[in-house]
Design a protein around this ligand. Structure first.
Ligand code: ZN
Ligand code: ZN
Length: 255
């Protein structure tokens, strides 16, 4: 199984793209601006999108993917997310005003877009891969994802989140956790903003991650472009034993 980072920035500018991870060719986790670099053929191979939450930096690409592949696919593009996330997409994006309601637009006799409710703890399996929704704590209903490869190795993406003890209960049950991608959206000077917007800063990351039992490779995501360097310096100082590195657009991991 291959994980390709299409976007992992907390914003745009300086070449950054917002959150989107491609698993093999057919599974997408979040659909931020990172998907904009894929060609039409690659976009058309995406069968399932697992959305962490409804914030625009994680879903804006959905509108453009379905528009670009309309007519190119024989099966619906399936979007898996919490009921509240799907309701937000329906009400505020695919509402016939901001964008057409592609769940009602048919292509080759099928709906072009299908919404599938996916609650915390739900498991999706395809071709020996397993995707499980994990708890998260954010301003809006949100999840993270655990993805298991056919090899038995796993990665976890926390999504946007503040400290979340329930996440670690689930993560600590994973037998072979190879990679943890965790957000740290703000530097310590913005700790108050991080708390109010339900994100992590290096200090709260250190408190939160103390509950992690395993020692996987650790990558930091969702860094604000303007403070990325400072935030990473603070992360390294806060949790040196985890040897944290910033996640990079274009990075590829195999499991
Ligand atoms: Zn968010
Ligand atoms: Zn975000």
């Amino acid at each position: 199984m291959r994980l390709r980072v299409l976007g992992c920035s907390g914003g745009i500018g300086d070449g950054g793209h917002t959150t989107s991870f491609l698993v093999d060719d057919d599974l997408l986790i979040d659909a931020g601006t990172g998907v904009c670099g894929l060609d039409i053929a690659a976009l058309a191979r995406i069968d399932h999108v697992f959305v962490t939450h409804a914030h625009l930096d994680h879903v804006c690409g959905l509108a453009f993917i379905i528009d670009s592949v309309f007519g190119h696919r024989r099966a619906p593009l399936r979007v898996h997310a919490l009921p509240a996330t799907l309701a937000a997409l329906r009400d505020h994006m695919f509402n016939g005003v901001i964008w057409p309601d592609f769940t009602r637009l048919r292509s080759h006799g099928q709906p072009s877009l299908e919404f599938i409710e996916f609650d915390v703890g739900a498991v999706f399996e395809s071709a020996g891969r397993r995707v499980e929704a994990l708890p998260a704590a954010h301003q809006v209903p949100a999840v993270g994802y655990r993805v298991d490869a056919p090899s038995g190795r796993s990665f976890v993406f926390t999504g946007d989140t503040a400290a979340c003890p329930a996440r670690w209960d689930a993560v600590n049950r994973i037998p072979d956790l190879a990679l943890l991608v965790i957000e740290t959206a703000f530097c310590n000077a913005e700790a108050d903003l991080a708390l109010r917007s339900q994100h992590l800063c290096p200090a709260s990351l250190a408190d939160d991650i103390a509950a992690l039992a395993a020692r996987p490779a650790l990558r930091i995501t969702h860094l604000k472009p303007s403070d990325a360097q400072l935030t990473m310096e603070e992360v390294r100082a806060a949790i040196p034993r985890f040897d944290p590195l910033p996640l990079r657009d274009g990075e590829v991991f195999t499991f």
